[in-house]
Write a protein that binds this ligand. Sequence first.
Ligand code: SF4
Length: 313
Amino acid sequence: MQKLLTPPVDGLKPVLVTGTPGPSPPPMPGRSSAFTTAFGCPREFLGNRFVYVVISSRARGLSIGVNMNPDQRCDFDCPYCEVNREPPVREKSLEVDVMAAELEETLALAHAGRLRDLPAYRQAPDELLKLRHVTLSGDGEPTLCPNFVAVVHTVIHVRALGKFPFFKIVLITNATGLDLPPVRQGLEFFTAQDEVWAKLDAGTQAYMNRVNGPDCSLEKALANILSLARRRPVVIQSLFPLLNGCEPPPEEIAQYVQRLKELKERGAQIPLVQIYSARRPTPLSDCSHLPLRSLSRIAQTVRNDTGLKAEVF
Ligand code: SF4
């Protein structure tokens, strides 16, 4: 159920609290008392259909997200995925005009400091509530969004109107669709300040099959990352979960680091490797957070063996 927290002020819509667009589905197992801090909070849709806010450690603060896949379409099936695909989807596709209006309203709320009305954000330091970027992300793989170009165009248009301070756009992708013609076309509109964050969780096809359940090969994902990263910098996002109580095997980490090394040697511009783990509850109970010391060890190996900047989130 949506909950009205504040009355409309200064022409802004009231702040609504709802973890999902439209009526809330039944909570996933374990999703109740765990979210007491802004960083642990799930995405908050504020009553919107397509645009949400979230405090993200990788963003280092507030991120406004566009759910590019309300239909939850993805060509991966990661065991750590937070998207609950059991209830029927509420939206079949992203309506660009609605998204644009929601984005403008959410930007207005963020810049007016009204997000502090959200209970989970009430105690958050100002620094965390500063908008870091607008992400193209969501409940699936954004490069599979049928109106990818129109969405990119529209978000860039909202930015170009100049009603709000400049915001960076970040595409968060599993990299498998980066070679699709509409995606290549959409990325042409990105400026040098905008970013692409691409997933790389494995160094071998066998391990990728376990952690991503992909419809495509590791070879293709790597080729897509390389092709784009030769043209513009690509941040690598690597999530290492504890699967059935097991850490990723050391030989798999060695292969993963080798893949990063090969990307770099072949001309990929990789300004940062983000190392992190499953954080929020997932529909599967056999997937959890890797100990911090293990994540730190992986990051150190990346730094030592590739010379790339690697940070743990
Ligand atoms: S790529 Fe992302 S959306 Fe797709 S299954 Fe994995 S975590 Fe979920």
